[in-house]
Design a protein. Structure first.
Length: 66
């Protein structure tokens, strides 16, 4: 069981109920599963090798970063 501490203020019972509902809903959502079919960017270099160049002011800064 998790304890929630209100550090400042005096929330109404309705505000506390809304807070608890949001926290409970967030805790109930399962973590997204990793996509086993997709290779990482390191394993598939072509994703970075085939990206188009976008010329423009200041783009030289990003030229070394994929």
């Amino acid at each position: 069981m998790t304890t929630i501490k209100i550090a400042k203020g005096n929330p109404t019972p309705e505000e506390l109920a809304a807070l608890i509902a949001v926290v409970a809903a967030r805790a109930a959502v399962p973590a997204p599963a990793a996509d086993p079919d997709r290779a990482s960017n390191w394993a598939s270099y072509w994703r970075n090798a085939r990206t188009p160049f976008h010329p423009g002011p200041g783009q030289w800064r990003a030229s070394a970063h994929p």
